[in-house]
Design a protein around this ligand. Structure first.
Ligand SMILES: [Zn+2]
Length: 123
């Protein structure tokens, strides 16, 4: 008989909320990784290759919001911090849509369709 998956082994609230049967279904695919600073966890129009269940630390929408030229990036971060996955879904549905490209002047990401870079102001 397989060992009972341990909900106490994780600090992630989503994983902890799964039933033992549901947790057992994905347990073999869970791999612990250290995420480097500023790792992009998702990108529009790219296949989702991994789902991250954050155990500790902080995942932020600030960089993405700034790259998309949103003036209220800090407010979005606070909303996501307070509301969790619901706030993140609202953010992902309401943020400006489009491809991010590297700015040829400063190297930071910017919307391909934006008139000027939100980081350096160049066109
Ligand atoms: Zn720039």
């Amino acid at each position: 008989m397989p060992a009972e998956p341990s909900k106490t082994a994780t600090r992630n609230r989503i994983l902890k909320s799964l039933s033992s049967d549901d947790l057992r279904l994905i347990e073999g695919d869970l791999v612990a990784v250290d995420l480097p600073l500023r790792k992009e966890l998702e990108a529009p129009r790219k296949p989702i290759e991994a789902v991250y269940f954050i155990e500790s630390g902080f995942a932020s929408v600030v960089a993405d919001a700034k790259n998309r030229g949103m003036d209220n990036a800090i407010l979005w971060m606070i909303l996501v911090m307070l509301s969790g996955i619901i706030g993140l879904i609202i953010y992902l549905l309401t943020r400006p849509k489009g491809n991010l490209i590297a700015c040829p002047h400063c190297g930071n990401k910017r919307m391909q369709v934006s008139a000027k870079c939100p980081h350096c102001g160049n066109t």
